[in-house]
Ligand binder design. Structure first.
Ligand code: K7E
Ligand code: CUA
Length: 661
């Protein structure tokens, strides 16, 4: 026991040493040596031309989703998801605030890691992106017609929603796990942390997706042993109906995890037969438990989000589904788990392992039939390692994290510690090629690399540390994406580009699949917002007690009404701005001086509302913040705020006429 611990610490020390050495030695000798005219031609997208792929890149601690064009690496858009975004009022406008509601109240930030595209038959269908929030567990859905976050579902009984948001072959489910095991919400969680082994549990959530509307619903949860469930992937093809999770901390340590959770030589892969679980559910297994979680929907006709709190969910325990859950031993603190396009090979990457184990789906099935188990933990059979193993990739690199696949039977694994990408053959497990990354790579993404039919061609590395890769910008440097050509036998670096936040996983979609389905503007006639003003004739100011509603229109180059008087200190003012343009790419913005809020950026045909509680008397200009026309600077108005005793009547100007109320 003692020697095992010492050995373990040696491995850790070695890896820390390698990390430091890696940072200084793995950098290509000269920045220009890796660059060639060939690379320039391959990544040059001439002005006016379009990129070949949309690349959806997680923002990590920014909480957002960034869209880049590939191969150019041009940033096309940042979609606000889990974090408020003052730039367009996300989380600041009255309409979008409910999107960030949770059972804890309004949560204005999160940490997003794994965007995944909706699928049909194991291939992208171009409808939605799903992405996880780690910290306050949630799943968001982004519509690929409007590039807008349209739904948010909180996950109860969970913490550290990291192995998430993974999509099954026909988008039957989004599956999410718990990196942190915690006492579930349905027991009193006020327990000593030292009671970890008794009271802490992992919960795996299965979220069903309406095939027509995309609407998510928490279908059921599995209560599993209190390990740390790190990453996951669904089976595909022959393994469709199964889900695979890596887990570490099978030691169930709750302090100094960097040492205490690295004691066991092997942790586990959890294999879940969800098709069979569905049968148990139908047969009435599972128990309804009390918990609280929010479900938020954004209605693109109303232009308003609504938030609902749900009070219960169905939880299945190990005894309910004992024939659906199996652990497979997996060397040393596994992180990523990735399934090849055929669905047969299951690649689990151990952060501290010196090999990459590749499991065989057929062999797992056979092992289950023949009961080739090497024991049980907490009521779950442990399949014999050798019985499940297809083979091991020998000496691939150090600190294996994630693997993706191309269309030619190759796998590409990222190595954080040795800072490289290693290409290997799935069938014979031979290493074919390696290329350094700058510096410590996390995820990598092959075009279509998580589907049944990868497109191949490019791989993008998403790296953690970019020291001296770009112009320095003080203590904080941008993270780095690296585009690599994988069309030939040898991987070739083509391009570096900086990214927002910290990129973790990313997915890419051929541009042709969605570029012509984009909503160009919202139909004003279909605008069902309760405070819409469809023309300047409908613009008005209405007082209800000490609440003032301004029904305002914006069109090049006028805001109506533009002068408002009769607002009193103590009033709450709502500016409901309708952009009455019916043309692509003509947003109008709205901001008012001294407002302790953000701005609005309102798309054509849309209505958005900014709340303003004036804190002093005087004249407050408001204006359009988006340079929309030659007379954009003329798009302005004034609001007058009076003390309560002043008795200034409510009035406003439309077409230069003052309307008294
Ligand atoms: Cu490896 Cu959060 Cu997917 Cu980042 S995780 S690297
Ligand atoms: Cu509207 Cu500037």
């Amino acid at each position: 026991m003692k020697t095992q611990r010492n050995e373990k610490q040696l491995v850790i020390t070695l890896i820390m040493f390698m990390t430091i050495v890696g940072l200084s030695s793995c950098r290509p000798k000269s920045a220009t040596s890796a660059f060639s005219e060939d690379a320039a031609v391959k990544t040059y997208v001439a002005p006016g031309n379009y990129d070949e792929f949309y690349n959806f890149v997680s923002g990590g601690f920014s909480g957002q989703l960034a869209i880049y064009g590939l191969p150019s690496g041009r940033l096309l858009k940042v979609i606000p998801v889990f974090s408020v975004n003052a730039e367009n009022g996300w989380g600041f406008s009255e309409e979008t605030k409910p999107m960030l509601h949770t059972s804890f109240g309004e949560v204005p930030w999160d940490d997003s890691h794994h965007p995944n595209l909706s699928m049909t038959n194991g291939e992208y269908d171009g409808r939605w992106v799903f992405i996880n929030a780690n910290n306050t567990p949630r799943i968001a859905r982004i519509d690929l017609k409007s590039f807008k976050t349209v739904e948010m579902l909180e996950l109860p009984n969970s913490a550290g929603n990291h192995p998430s948001a993974y999509v099954t072959e026909n988008t039957e489910y989004i599956v999410a796990g718990t990196r942190f095991s915690v006492p579930p919400d349905y027991i009193d969680g006020d327990v000593p942390i030292t009671s970890y082994k008794e009271n802490f549990k992992g919960h795996i959530s299965f979220i069903s997706v309406d095939p027509l509307t995309g609407e998510m619903k928490l279908s059921f949860q599995l209560a599993v042993p209190g390990f740390n469930y790190d990453l996951s992937h669904p089976g595909k093809g022959k393994s469709h109906g199964w889900f695979f999770f890596t887990c570490y901390n099978s030691e169930q340590a709750h302090t100094h995890l960097e040492v205490n959770a690295s004691q066991n030589d092997k942790d586990f892969v959890l294999a879940v037969n969800w098709k069979k679980i569905e049968e148990h559910l139908k047969a009435g297994k599972g128990e309804k438990v009390k918990c609280r979680y929010a479900h938020n929907m954004y209605d693109e006709k109303m232009h308003v989000a609504t938030s609902k709190i749900f009070e219960e969910t169905t939880v299945l325990n190990i005894e309910d589904v004992k024939d659906c859950l199996y652990y497979i031993p997996c060397p040393k603190s596994p992180h990523g788990i990735d399934i090849d396009p055929s669905g047969e090979y299951i690649v689990a990457s151990g952060k501290l392992a010196t090999v990459i184990p590749v499991f065989s789906f057929d062999k797992i099935q056979k092992a289950i039939q023949e009961k080739s188990f090497e024991g049980e933990t907490e009521g779950i059979h442990i399949i014999n390692y050798e019985a499940a193993l297809y083979g091991e990739v020998q000496n691939p690199g150090l600190g294996a994290l994630h693997t993706e696949f191309d269309e030619k039977g190759n796998a590409y694994t990222s190595f954080f510690v040795s800072s490289e990408i290693v290409k290997w053959n799935i069938k014979d497990l031979q290493v074919l090629d390696r290329i350094p990354s700058t510096y410590s790579i996390g995820h990598l993404s092959v075009m279509g690399g998580d589907t049944k039919k990868p497109y191949g061609k490019y791989l993008v590395a998403y790296n953690k540390i970019t020291k001296d890769r770009f112009l320095p910008t003080g203590p904080e440097l941008a993270q780095c994406a690296q585009l690599i050509d994988i069309s030939g036998d040898k991987m070739k670096l083509l391009l570096d580009f900086p990214t927002i936040g910290e990129p973790h996983y990313a997915v890419a979609l051929p541009a042709n699949m969605i570029k012509d389905n984009q909503i160009q503007f919202y139909n004003l006639a279909e605008n069902k917002h309760p405070y819409v003003a469809r023309s300047q004739k409908e613009a008005k100011v209405v007082r209800e007690g000490n609440v003032v509603h301004v029904y305002m229109t914006a069109i090049r180059s006028h805001m109506a009404p533009d002068n408002i008087e009769g607002i009193m200190l103590g009033d709450t003012v709502y500016f409901h701005l309708t952009n009455i343009e019916q043309e692509w790419d003509i947003p109008h913005g709205f901001a008012v001086k001294g407002n302790t809020n953000a701005e609005l950026l309102v798309m054509p045909g849309e209505t958005q509302t900014l709340k303003w509680v004036p804190g002093r008397t005087g004249i407050f200009p408001f204006y359009c913040t988006d340079f929309c026309s030659a007379l954009h600077q003329e798009m302005q108005g004034y609001a007058r705020v009076s003390a309560q005793g002043n008795k200034v009547p409510l009035s406003y100007t439309l077409d230069d006429k003052t309307t008294d109320k």
